[in-house]
Design a protein. Sequence first.
Length: 286
Amino acid sequence: MIKDIYKQGKTVFSFEVFPPKKNDEIYDIYKTLDTLKTLSPDFISVTYGAGGSNSKKTAAIASYIKNICEIEPLAHLTAVAMDEAFLLQILQELQSKGVANVLALRGDRPRDMSDEDYENRIFRHAEDIIRLIHANSDVSVAAACYPEVHPESESRESDLFYLKQKIDSGVDFLMTQMFFDNAKFYAFREDVRKAGIDIPISAGIMPITSAKQLGTSVSLSGTSVPNALSSLISKYADSPEDMRKAGIDYAIQQINDLIANGIDGIHLYTMNKAATATEIMQQIDR
């Protein structure tokens, strides 16, 4: 299980991939995974659509990671549009494929979900499904955290209170939302430890390789953009190749600084771009 990898006293490296929208593109993600395998990650996570449309693809890709790539998979489970029967069905399918690790998320509201359905949803928080997962399986459970405070939290104190509740429901390790300012992560990590939370934390790093990508990422996550990164965007916005190189270099600097400061793990949001992941992994102080 992934939780055991963190006990080995090394920086844990992992990647995230997502299922393709079109069924005929499923083989493209398998090719991507074949390349990512050569980079020797400790595990690879695969996302899950909030509406449940990708649940079969998530299970199939997680199975490929486990049984073909021979790497530990981390399957995302997004609770917002689930009921108990559907969750247990997915959990059973994952276990039948040898997948023993899940990332439990509340998830964002699906675009086609009505106000009434959203307000009356079965699972209101990630901890609701964490308890159910533990009651019906022996898988290892990860959860998300926000170095810059969850967008719906009133304060850092409130955020830490609810994070502690979630962890107490049975979480083995944490994965952060993307961030671009390491100082904010270090402050978060200090606050987390002071709050009595001592499980491993992997830092989520997203290489920004285009100006458009940054705008989309920030609007979805609420992550702040430091001057150093916004200056790169301004300088290279009209030069795609230079922007790509500058974004990769920025991610490498982030990762090397995190490693030097004793990070538990690095989780690279690959956006299914194996070439970008390869360039980064070849240049970091691993």
